[in-house]
Design a protein around this ligand. Structure first.
Ligand SMILES: NC(=O)N[C@@H](CC(=O)O)C(=O)O
Ligand SMILES: [Zn+2]
Ligand SMILES: [Zn+2]
Length: 430
């Protein structure tokens, strides 16, 4: 089967949009050429033609931090609904966190996730496995067996690994297997019971605050451990100026550290939280404007390498428990690109090329994936985006089971309209 995408506006090496014709065969990009008029008419019956109509055709977005909730929390999301939500957001490869039930701390669960993702047949799903059994921080999992089963990295996302010795042992083992450690950085002794960041919002509402140090202490500790062990250490959802300072310095002296940031930490601060609505509750919490500015600058200068959504669906009942009691987390797939395009590209702060790089080639490079680029021989994982279409975020229309977003009603531009994985159209607006 051959697929030809005509009138595709693709970014060239200079970041300019060029109208092109992309030919796909057997799931791979075969050629990219200057668009030719009349191509559609010339196509043979064995060839499917998609007319992109001058819309952006980018490498499929890659999201290296997502929660699909299955097994165990199917009322929040399943691998299928999460995959569909990802496809609708323009993502073609996602990496899912192990804080399921059971925790992905055994080879069977890794295989289960891969099997379910294959059955859904929508996007590429790469499973992470837990660092410690049940993410309890007490005993390491069997890294070699988990890697063998298909885990692409180790993380206890959802909680920080509290013991430095445990983290050091994990890093040593991961380094010997040439596989990264991905860390949710949070010192429990500093955050107990706090639902939002330390600051004005917490004070005004009489809530306990999560201090910036609770994240940065782990980042600093882990950078020293990464230096000692030589592991590839990747920092989850960076949200503070202090963590960024430590990562910047570590990179300067050549320590193998990479980092990610979420759209909400690039856009929202705790000043924006309208009230005690748990759709604004996530971990790490929304911090100060100063932290937001530090995150933006760090993504721009390369201190932070990539953008991830930390898509974290929860049910409406769970989120209705209020700011103090509701679980942390917001959904992310279906708003990520339009949010970032509208806030940073439309408003002139970033080039389109920069945004796309941080969501495609950037993550592919950090995690060594054969994806994230448009070139002959690369997998035909593509996303088509209408940069002109403007509409409001409507959570009731999400493909995700989760409706928990602080961005409901936001008017945004740059909506994905079709997603192609391995040459197959897995989602389209029409
Ligand atoms: N980010 C969140 O607020 N929640 C995540 C856990 C996590 O990413 O730490 C979840 O699993 O719900
Ligand atoms: Zn986390
Ligand atoms: Zn997470």
């Amino acid at each position: 089967m051959r697929l030809v995408i005509i009138n595709a506006n693709i970014l060239n090496a200079d970041g300019e949009l060029k109208l092109s014709r992309i030919t796909v065969r057997n799931g791979m990009i075969e050629s990219i050429a200057v668009n030719e008029a009349g191509e559609a008419a010339a196509a043979d019956p064995e060839t499917r033609v998609i007319d992109a109509g001058g819309k952006l055709v980018a490498p499929g977005f890659i999201d290296m931090h997502v929660h699909l909730r299955e097994p165990g929390f199917e009322h929040k999301e399943t691998i299928e609904t999460g995959s569909r939500s990802a496809a609708k957001g323009g993502f073609t490869t996602i990496a899912c966190m192990p804080n399921t039930r059971p925790v992905t701390d055994n080879p069977e669960t890794v295989k289960f996730v891969k099997q379910k993702a294959g059955e859904a047949g929508l996007v590429n799903v790469l499973p992470y496995a837990a660092i410690t059994k049940s993410e309890l921080g007490r005993e390491l999992t069997d890294f070699a067996a988990l890697k063998e089963a298909g885990a692409i990295g180790f993380t206890d996302d959802g909680v920080g690994v509290q013991s430095a010795q445990m983290m050091k042992d994990a890093m040593k083992l991961a380094a010997s297997l040439d596989i990264p450690v991905i860390a949710h950085c949070e010192d429990n002794s500093l955050v107990e019971g706090a639902p939002v960041a330390e600051g004005e919002f917490a004070k005004r509402h009489g809530l306990k605050g999560i201090p910036n140090e609770s994240e940065a202490i782990h980042v600093g500790r882990d950078i020293l451990l990464a230096e000692a062990t030589g592991v590839h250490y990747h920092v989850c959802h960076v949200s503070t100026e202090q963590s960024i300072r430590l990562i910047r310095q570590a990179k300067e002296i050549g320590i193998n550290v990479t980092a990610e940031v979420c759209p909400h930490h690039l856009i929202l601060s705790d000043d924006d939280i309208p009230g005690l609505d748990a759709n604004w509750k996530m971990n790490p919490p929304l911090r100060s404007r100063r932290d937001v500015e530090a995150c933006i600058a760090a993504l721009e200068d390369g201190t932070i390498d990539i953008i991830v959504t930390d898509h974290a669906p929860h049910s409406e009942e769970e989120k209705a428990k209020g700011m103090q009691l509701a679980p942390f987390g917001i959904v992310g797939f279906e708003t990520a690109f339009p949010l970032l395009y509208t806030k940073f590209v439309s408003e002139g702060r970033w080039t389109l090329g920069m945004l796309v790089q941080r969501m495609t080639a950037g993550p592919a490079k950090v995690f060594g994936l054969q994806a994230g680029r448009l070139a002959p021989g690369a997998p035909a994982d593509l996303t088509i985006v209408d940069l002109e279409e403007e509409r409001a975020v409507d959570p009731s229309a999400f493909a995700s089971k989760g409706r928990n977003t602080p961005f409901a009603g936001w008017k945004l531009k740059g909506w994905p309209v079709a997603t192609i994985v391995g040459g197959n159209l897995v989602w389209s607006e029409a």
